[in-house]
Design a protein around this ligand. Structure first.
Ligand code: CP
Length: 323
């Protein structure tokens, strides 16, 4: 595997889930696979879980790890071609990338959407520049439009907890309010991975928040949140800004609603089949979810974060086996 952005990059999903279970049973089973191999993690944006879990995954496989925080200690990087660099950016990504590639064997990229130029974001411009100019395998640690390590961890978690249910689960992705404009990477990937998995999947959000059909083709979209929640086994809450689909194109990246009736509280959860609550974290309590729901025994926010180590170990293992 030379690139990891989408669910298809992982191949057959059940095989990946079996591999995840194997790693979870013995996370050091492949601890010599990464001997004398170096992972470079490049962060254009903040992180807690991705940084720690991916580094731990690399260590599970015996890799060395270098972390670069582009906005803290490195030269400020220009990412666009054709600009006159007379501002505060001292180095262009097109030189920086091949240099980074000299020092490592695998590169992970965190680079969020700018949320101003939809075409630039949805082309995954920064990610593809790394893929083209580094000469190394590259994987997404949340890029402009996708967060596959998170979605894979979420799927592992749903798979684990639905085995205990003994039935095909109903999984609901619900939009929830947030004070700031957030990217669509997490809901895009979650939708893409759920549609590839053996689950009944429903998306619910206010009008204008329709995700790009590239990620949601075939999904059931229900604008009535209560109807969507009925019979749900898993509620996955997330905020996202306007994805700019169809007549909402000019609203790309904007906040169209802060309707607090969408906040997931105990009443919302009472509409479900005693559902598990999920969120990728970090989460704003009181906006996305109430304290009682996130702290309930049915909340899976910690197990899904723990599974980030497992998803990253599987992905890095696949990449190492291909270099
Ligand atoms: N869920 C997630 O990616 O968390 P971080 O932003 O802290 O890495």
């Amino acid at each position: 595997m030379k690139s990891f952005l989408n669910v298809q990059d992982l191949g057959e999903l059940n095989a990946a889930l079996r591999e995840a279970a194997e790693i979870k049973a013995d996370r050091y089973k492949y601890d010599s696979l990464g001997k004398n191999k170096t992972l470079l993690m490049v962060f254009f944006n903040n992180s807690l879980r991705t940084r720690l879990s991916t580094q731990k995954a690399a260590m599970n496989l015996g890799m060395n790890v270098i972390v670069l925080d582009v906005n803290a200690g490195a030269w400020k990087l220009e990412t666009e071609r054709g600009v006159i660099m007379d501002g505060d950016k001292s180095e262009h990504l097109l030189e920086a990338i091949p240099v980074m590639g000299c020092y490592c064997d695998v590169i992970g990229i965190r680079s969020f959407a700018g949320l101003t130029d939809r075409d630039y974001d949805y082309a995954e411009t920064v990610y593809h520049q790394f893929l083209k100019y580094s000469g190394k395998p590259v994987f997404a640690m949340e890029t402009a439009t996708v967060h596959p390590l998170q979605a894979f961890a979420d799927l592992i978690t749903i798979d684990e907890y639905s085995q205990k249910m003994g039935k095909r689960p109903k999984v609901v992705l619900t939009w929830a309010p947030h004070p700031r404009s957030l990217p669509q990477a997490v809901p895009n990937s979650f939708a893409q991975w759920m549609l590839a998995a053996d689950v009944d999947f429903v998306i619910t959000h206010p009008e204008g928040y329709e995700l790009d059909p590239v990620f949601t083709a075939g999904a059931c979209i229900e604008y009535d949140q209560r109807k969507a929640f009925e019979g749900a086994d898993f509620i996955y809450a997330k905020n996202w800004s306007c994805p700019g689909v169809g007549k909402y194109r000019a609203d790309y990246g904007k906040i169209l609603s802060k309707d607090m009736s969408w906040t997931v509280d105990a009443e919302h959860m009472s509409w479900t089949n005693n559902a598990h609550f999920m969120h990728c974290l970090p989460v704003r309590r009181g906006m996305i979810v109430t304290d009682d729901v996130i702290e309930a025994p049915t909340s899976l926010v910690i197990p899904e974060a723990a599974n980030r180590e497992i998803s990253a170990t599987v992905v890095l293992k696949r990449i190492l086996q291909s270099v």
